[in-house]
Design a protein around this ligand. Structure first.
Ligand code: ADP
Ligand code: MG
Ligand code: MG
Length: 440
């Protein structure tokens, strides 16, 4: 990764990792892996249900400016008429094991910039190496194969093929400074490995604002290249939009014929508010007709509570103020570091009081994962044996439009581990470490 404190923009250090793989129950791992296609389908259907998205986000968009602006783009594109009916979903559904039940609970589903498929695939390999070095050969069989990078790239290339123009590129939308640079570039290199004909371009939202144009068929051109697929690794945070130029760029891309990951409706389907609305009785069942799948997905949900300005919301507030350590307060943000924990839950809710700002958040049961011991290896400091907890991510790829799903796959995994005392575990933020599961 690029270190945040480096003098040279070209220097990189290794991403923090744990020395040996953390244990994860085989049964739970296999369960969420096999459920991923149903989760893909759920998100895909939610993204294409205008009524559900609108009703779910109706109050949120009034108080949360960022989600509001995304929603405006959604409405603008829909009233103009969609020029690209196909969406590409590159998803990652995240889980913690809940220690009191031994079952996994879903933290969230990411529909934008689901990262670490590139590096996670490598971590699986170096845990094999480390266990071999330790002479622990008999343990190697418990390390699952991980094809996350190959699988995500297969989804991207399928979308590229469906666009149907050999010269058209895959455009990566990147941040001004990409800290997680290797993970991203591994995707780029893998694209070329799987199909040498496909070119990748990397641009910021600002670049697209400056150099992006649509022709009369709504084909997107950036710096003279036609764009087949747009892969957003930025654009999920208000900080990525410095001015109206970046918002114009997002709108331009959404209006275009390029296949987007995510399309604006997919981005909205990944909001915390939609997650909370999906946890209402019979909401999953509305999208997933297979009863067994619907039931299995529902069983993954932790308690999620609306904070809308009504009696239900008032009840959630009361409950959280009474017992703030049992809940997490979440705004409509991505990328880690935005949630509110512990006594801050109480303080924040008391400060907000009856202000409408409340509807910008949702409340979630705090999941308490089991603690293990592991060495976190970081650049520049000696590894120490620590109490740690792990979050599993299962990738999924899906391609389809409002009527049909053409491609739907589970796409490998990643495991992130952090100190048991840390609230959030962003690897990029310097708190988390990369891991891989040891299945038992
Ligand atoms: P983001 O989209 O910013 O990643 P998340 O909902 O994944 O938001 O929350 C960020 C982190 O906060 C998670 O990776 C996890 O470490 C922690 N977290 C989120 N929800 C819960 C929860 N319900 N219980 C315990 N920890 C949680
Ligand atoms: Mg997220
Ligand atoms: Mg997350």
């Amino acid at each position: 990764m690029r270190p945040k404190t480096s003098f040279s923009p070209d220097s990189i250090t290794f991403a923090p990792f744990v020395l040996v793989p953390s244990t994860f129950p085989h049964h739970e791992f296999m369960k969420v892996k096999s459920l991923q296609p149903a989760i893909n389908k759920l998100i895909h259907r939610v993204a294409h249900d205008q009524k559900f998205l609108k009703e779910s986000l109706m109050n949120t968009v009034k108080v949360d400016d960022f989600t509001g602006r995304l929603f405006q783009i959604y409405e603008a594109v829909h009233s103009e008429g969609i020029s690209q009916r196909i969406s590409l979903g590159l998803l990652r559904s995240d889980y913690f094991l809940h220690s009191s039940t031994g079952r996994v609970l879903q933290v969230e589903v990411n529909t934008i910039a689901s990262s670490f498929a590139g590096i996670a695939t490598q971590v699986s390999l170096y845990h094999r190496y480390i266990l071999s070095e330790l002479g622990a050969y008999e343990h190697l069989q418990y390390l699952p194969d991980n094809q996350a990078l190959q699988s995500l790239v297969a989804g991207m290339l399928k979308a590229w093929e469906m666009y149907g123009c050999e010269q058209a590129v895959i455009l990566f939308i990147v941040e001004d400074i990409t800290y997680n640079i290797c993970d991203q570039r591994f995707h780029e290199f893998q694209i070329q490995t799987q199909n040498p004909k496909v070119r990748v371009m990397r641009c910021t939202l600002t670049d697209v604002g400056q150099y992006g144009t649509l022709d009369k068929e709504k084909k997107l051109y950036v710096k003279g290249k036609e764009v087949a697929v747009i892969y957003f690794r930025a654009g999920y945070s208000p900080e990525h939009y410095h001015s109206s130029l970046e918002w114009d760029a997002r709108l331009l891309m959404e209006r275009s014929k390029a296949i987007k990951s995510p399309s604006i409706q997919y981005h909205l389907a990944g909001t915390k508010k939609v997650q909370q609305e999906l946890a209402r009785p019979n909401a999953v069942e509305r999208f997933i007709e297979n009863e067994e799948d619907a039931k299995a997905i529902r069983a993954l949900f932790a308690g999620l509570y609306s904070l809308d300005m009504n009696e239900e919301g008032d009840e959630s507030v009361k409950m959280a103020i009474k017992n703030p350590h049992a809940y997490i307060l979440k705004p409509q943000r991505e990328g880690g570091g935005n949630n509110i924990y512990g006594k801050d839950v109480r303080e924040t809710l008391e400060r907000i009081g009856k202000k409408k700002e409340r509807t910008g958040y949702i409340l979630m049961d705090r999941i308490v994962p089991p603690i293990q011991k592991n060495y976190i290896v970081r650049p520049g400091s000696a590894p120490e044996l620590n109490d740690v907890i792990s979050e599993l991510g299962i990738f999924g790829t899906i391609i389809g439009d409002s009527e049909e799903i053409f491609w739907n796959q589970e796409a490998g995994h990643m495991l992130r581990t952090k100190l048991s005392t840390a609230n959030e575990g962003g690897v990029a933020a310097g708190v988390g470490a990369l891991d891989s599961p040891y299945l038992f």
